[in-house]
Design a protein around this ligand. Structure first.
Ligand code: CP
Length: 304
């Protein structure tokens, strides 16, 4: 499958077959992480919003492929601070790199960047919209822990309104006959634009306000942080910030194959008393990000 020069802006830009191709490729990188197939290539990581996992795992992935990395993790050190437009920044970086990985707080900016860039662009998160590479590593983690992506029961818990990882994951999992269990406070329910994907496929979904109502029914419990930075009124955040907290006492009667995932960072939504339990998979999930991002870089640069 040839994915050379493909942008990845929304998870729906890729087909189910393309997801599965990237996951297969990621397996090969998990078996053999150091493969110097990208020597001479330059990957730019442009982060206009904070990140630990996405930026560092992309940079780790590029390094393990033998590529060089340029970029910034704080746009206040770039010419954005002098008033340069995003379009001009992207046009310029296109002259220096073979691939651009970018994160921005505004929805739609990655798409805009892909329209002016002369090299492929990967969206590393745009506001509350999409986080497609997180989604790919979530798919990899689900497949690895469950042995399949098909016919699973998945609970998505927490900030379903602003959580971009949730939006991408729901849209991707609609390809695999998933039953969705949506757990959130009323004010943070899944947006109708995302729910539309579930309805279009005639898939089942249930909505709850507590974890207890869903936890024993599911194969995957996908926890998320309430996205404080997206709230216009901090009091609205204060009202919901402790709505859905996972404690080990909630995991007594779960299915034997059940795993807890979280894109991280966590604040308080998973008690640390869950961390030693066999269901806790979120740090392995973060590690899987390196293999999946190696696969994406290799495929988009046309090296695999
Ligand atoms: N999961 C994720 O996007 O983490 P970072 O914000 O640390 O990149």
């Amino acid at each position: 499958m040839n994915m050379k020069n493909r942008n990845l802006i929304s998870i729906t830009d890729y087909s189910k077959e393309e997801y599965l191709h990237i996951l297969k490729l990621a397996e090969t990188f998990e078996k053999e992480p150091v493969q110097n197939i990208a020597q001479g290539k330059v990957v730019a990581t442009l982060f206009f919003e904070p990140s630990t996992r996405t930026r560092l795992s992309f940079e780790s992935a590029a390094n393990r492929l033998g590529a060089r990395v340029i970029g910034f993790s704080d746009a206040s050190n770039s010419s954005t601070a002098k008033g340069e437009s995003l379009a001009d920044t992207i046009r310029t970086v296109s002259c220096y790199a073979d691939l651009i990985v970018m994160r921005h707080p505004l929805e739609g900016t990655a798409r805009l960047a892909s329209e002016v860039a002369t090299v492929p662009v990967i969206n590393a998160g745009d506001g509350a919209n999409q986080h497609p590479t997180q989604c790919m590593l979530d798919l990899y983690s689900i497949q690895k822990t469950q042995g399949t992506l098909d016919n699973l029961n998945i609970a998505l818990v927490g900030d379903l309104k602003y959580g971009r990882t949730v939006h991408s994951l729901v849209e991707a999992m609609c390809n695999f006959n998933t039953t969705f269990h949506l757990v959130s406070p009323e004010s943070l329910k899944l947006p109708s634009t995302v729910k539309m994907h579930i309805k279009e496929r005639n898939l089942k979904y249930y909505q709850y306000t507590t974890i207890a109502e869903a936890v024993d029914k599911v194969d995957i419990l996908y926890m998320t942080r309430v996205q404080r930075e997206r709230f216009l009124d901090i009091q609205d955040y204060e009202r919901v910030k402790n709505s859905c907290i996972l404690d080990k006492s909630l995991l007594k009667n779960v299915k034997p194959n059940m795993k807890v995932l979280h894109p991280l960072p966590r604040v308080n939504e998973i008690n640390t008393n869950v961390d030693p339990l066999p269901q806790a998979y979120y740090f392995q999930q973060a590690q899987n990000g390196v293999y999946v991002r190696q696969a994406l870089i290799a495929a988009i640069l046309g090296l695999k």
